[in-house]
Ligand binder design. Structure first.
Ligand code: GDP
Length: 525
């Protein structure tokens, strides 16, 4: 294979999705250890510890330094180059969390084996579903008293509507956790806490090997029954089903003990797809095209708020990025030099500052780059599929000093464009803020104060959700606008939205106007 094609083929760009406390941080850290990125692994832990210590916004501010370096982590394992994109969770759960998932080719879903499928897992999986992203499942914490494997799998299949193909099956749990039986390799990997590499683990080949009876007399019978039932009742792993997002391979383990982690990494290397072609409006862009293209999926306000510098995270879709190259900004219709762009090499030494399809680069800028922007070498393209998601939390913005209305509008417009929050303007000028995570309001209030010198109060408002509206014709639109004026608003780009006060109201209105489309997501531009 020629070198460029080889670089693409060995890229794996993925994210970890999990409900808080399922073990995402621990798994991230262990995955990085396999890639030799010990320092970054330390930073991951430090970041989480700092976040737990205080929910104060200024502390979050101080963490931005770490959060830039840990928001993308590139490491090498075997012959693959992995890009692990962090999905902010916990207090800083935000729209970024969702948008990051539009920039990956695969995801690892971590489930706490005691708790099963939890609320945030469901939301995140819904977002993966928009692009049929392949999902690898890791059922964690088998070193505790947890739920039965079949019970957990039934729950995943029921709630998440994805078929499960167990690849490993646990023997025992809690104090009696003995390891996992690999259904494809037909051998047992014996549990030994903290073992670094799988090759160091004791293995026993064959389900009916008498060694198993000798070593694990109390657990072997149930394991044999379980494995027989799993093989009979559950589907075998099928690569095609996995790649289309219909089936997920399931692994059991204990992240904190580093057990089962390598299975996940091997599955990513062997089964997860390399960078995929992407729809760019006018045409589909293939990763192996020689010319550079990419899109911005996340903006992060940088360390010094006074300078309004931003870091735009761009996913490379084709061609090669080299330091200092010029790119064409298709929305603004002009060239920009990609000076001082950051690559995220967690541990890779002696590599030049360059990036290939699947890689992420961070481009410092002063607001020229917005979420959804496309960069090329001159061709007019616009990548699709980076949506706004209907917010779930709402506040009405009110000024302390009414004379600062202009600054408030400007600030909210810019923060809205940056993706920090969604802003809707009602007939009559009331500004409504929408978020998916509560911390987004705090951050916006703080940034309005420091960057725009505006003190705003955010008050509760009776809105349950928003829907972007699509009309079949002008007559329908005019009638809707006339009859529903009080419930209408416009987003920062001027698109009409319906602000529903309750789920019930939304359903009624949808029934009343069957010809109008109510959309829960909207593409950036
Ligand atoms: P996150 O919130 O999803 O990032 O979860 P963390 O990785 O921070 O883990 C949450 C808690 O679960 C921490 O106290 C971890 O030490 C613990 N934890 C993670 N993996 C395991 C495991 O395999 N077994 C046990 N017993 N605890 C675990």
């Amino acid at each position: 294979m020629e070198p460029f094609a080889r670089e693409i083929a060995r890229r794996r760009t993925f994210a970890i999705i999990a409900h808080p406390d399922a073990g995402k941080t621990t798994l991230t850290e262990k995955l990085l250890l396999f890639g030799g990125a010990i320092q970054i692994a330390g930073a991951i832990k430090a970041r989480k510890a700092a976040r737990h210590a205080t929910s104060d916004w200024m502390a979050v501010e101080q963490q931005r330094g770490i959060s830039v370096t840990t928001s993308v982590m590139q490491f090498e394992y075997e012959d693959c180059v992995f890009n692990l994109l962090d999905t902010p969770g916990h207090q800083d759960f935000s729209e970024d969390t969702y948008r990051v998932l539009t920039a990956v080719d695969a995801a690892v879903m971590v489930i706490d084996a005691a708790k099963g499928v939890e609320a945030q897992t469901i939301k995140l999986l819904e977002v993966c579903r928009l692009r049929n992203t392949p999902i690898i499942t890791f059922i964690n914490k088998l070193d505790r008293e947890v739920r039965d494997g079949f019970d957990l799998i039934a729950e995943i299949e029921d709630i998440l509507q994805i078929s499960c193909a167990p690849v490993t099956w646990p023997m025992g749990m809690g104090k009696h956790f003995r390891g996992v039986f690999h259904l494809l390799e037909d051998r047992m990997f014996c549990f030994a806490p903290g073992t670094e590499r799988r090759v160091e683990l004791e293995t026993i080949v064959g389900l009916h090997n008498p060694l198993l009876d000798e070593r694990f007399p109390d657990e072997v019978t149930k394991l044999r029954e379980d494995v027989a039932l799993a093989r009979e009742a559950l589907p075998p792993f099928a690569l095609g089903e996995f790649l289309t997002g219909r089936q997920t391979p399931v692994f059991f383990g204990s992240a904190v003990n580093n057990f089962g982690v390598q299975d996940v990494l091997d599955a990513l290397a062997a089964w997860a797809p390399p960078p995929q072609p992407r729809d760019a409006g006018a045409r589909t862009v293939h990763p192996n095209e020689p010319k550079f293209t990419g899109f911005v999926f996340k903006i992060q306000a940088n360390l010094d708020p006074k300078h309004r510098d931003r870091m735009a995270f761009l996913r490379v879709c084709s061609g090669r990025y080299t330091n200092g190259m010029k790119a064409f900004h298709t929305r603004l219709g002009r060239e920009m030099r990609l000076a001082n762009a950051v690559t995220f090499l967690a541990n890779r030494r002696n590599v030049e500052e360059e990036a290939y399809p699947g890689d992420i680069i961070g481009i410092p800028n002063h607001g020229q780059l917005q979420i959804g922007d496309t960069l090329t070498e001159g061709e007019l393209l616009q990548f699709t599929g980076i949506p706004y998601f209907a917010p779930e939390l709402f506040r009405a913005a009110r000024l302390k000093d009414p004379l600062r209305a202009k600054q408030l509008h400007k600030g909210l417009k810019e923060l809205g464009e940056e993706g920090a929050i969604q802003v809707f303007e009602r007939e009559g000028g009331q500004l409504i803020l929408g978020a998916v995570g509560a911390l987004q309001f705090e951050i916006v209030a703080e940034r309005l104060k420091t960057e725009y010198q505006v003190e705003a109060l955010f008050e509760p408002v009776e809105i349950y959700t928003v829907r972007w509206l699509l009309f079949p014709d002008d007559a329908t639109k005019n009638r809707f606008v006339r009859e529903q004026a009080l419930r209408l608003g416009r987003d920062v780009d001027g698109n009409l939205v319906y602000l529903a006060p309750s789920r019930y109201n939304l359903e009624l209105t949808q029934e009343k106007y069957p010809e109008v489309e109510f959309r829960a997501t909207r593409e950036h531009r």
